[in-house]
Design a protein around this ligand. Sequence first.
Ligand code: SF4
Length: 360
Amino acid sequence: MDYQKIRRSTREICVGAVHIGGDAPIAIQSMTNTDTRDAAATMAQIRALEAAGCDIVRLTVPDLESAETVRLIKESDIRVPIVADIHFQYRVALRCAEYGVDKIRINPGNIGDEDRVRQVAQACRSRRIPIRIGVNSGSLEKHILEKYGAPTPEALCESGLYHARLLEKFDFEDIVISIKSSDVYTMVAATKLLAASCNYPLHLGVTEAGSQRMGTVKSAAGIGALLCDGIGDTIRVSLTDDPVLEVSAARDILSALNIKGQSGLNIVSCPTCGRTKIDLISLVHRFEDAVAREGLGHVPCKVALMGCVVNGPGEAREADFGIAGGVGEAVLFSHGEVIRRIPEEEIIPTLIQTLKQYKG
Ligand code: SF4
């Protein structure tokens, strides 16, 4: 999909060296789950996320003590942009801005009087630090909840705009907004309303999405539905698991949508049937493991693993290359054309070797 052709037009903001919105690629985010006061553990996890291809890393900064870890990170050789996630504590936001954090996630309506909002807006503007407003269906403002009676999509959208207006009062417009809900339908409907009501870039995510399996499915449904409509500039998959898995899940969603210029490896495989001539289920698992081991998940390529020679190459004509199973062997094909036969034990090494040629 050429996302730029259908993409909603937005402002473009900078989070360190990473751009969000405009024509910029969709940025993948994740969040550390270490105790932020433990600088060594937090920095180790940030490095692991960076190595996994995460574009932006967020960490919770609940107090001034945790802000010291932000200082250490910004003084280190860590280059991935860092977002400080702050609730209520405007002084923590000011401190993180002073330490050069790359973005702050804070809801200005939750930090007290207007003077505090002004101070945060000024500190961020003077250092070109953008602010993400993060609306969550579990923490709607009282006055909005009373008006709508429940965290409806309209209520969530109004909340996002309410926080944005508070910053706009102080001429601050380097804003990203997210509306999250654990209910996929609510998150999608609210984000669509917001997309139609402002031109700020949007951060997409389904919150409290669950385990690796269900969290990935819910995120793919919610984030995917919006991306298909051209809505979304940065994404986070939330999993109750190792944050590194969130990065690969996010990349898989972008790959599944074949978003031009951002897709990594797209493995397609047939569902198997009575014609299947090879243990395709095991083969796909082994290929995925080998791809992960070799660090080839980012290679922009479509690879097909098909169960039979009769229909496989034709059905997978769109694939850059692939194999179709025979008895004790397979054929290697490219765009539907058979290239050569390969013995069963050489299937995985051949696929990996061929994939490396696409690495560039
Ligand atoms: Fe069945 Fe062959 Fe189609 Fe796979 S490619 S589903 S084995 S017909």
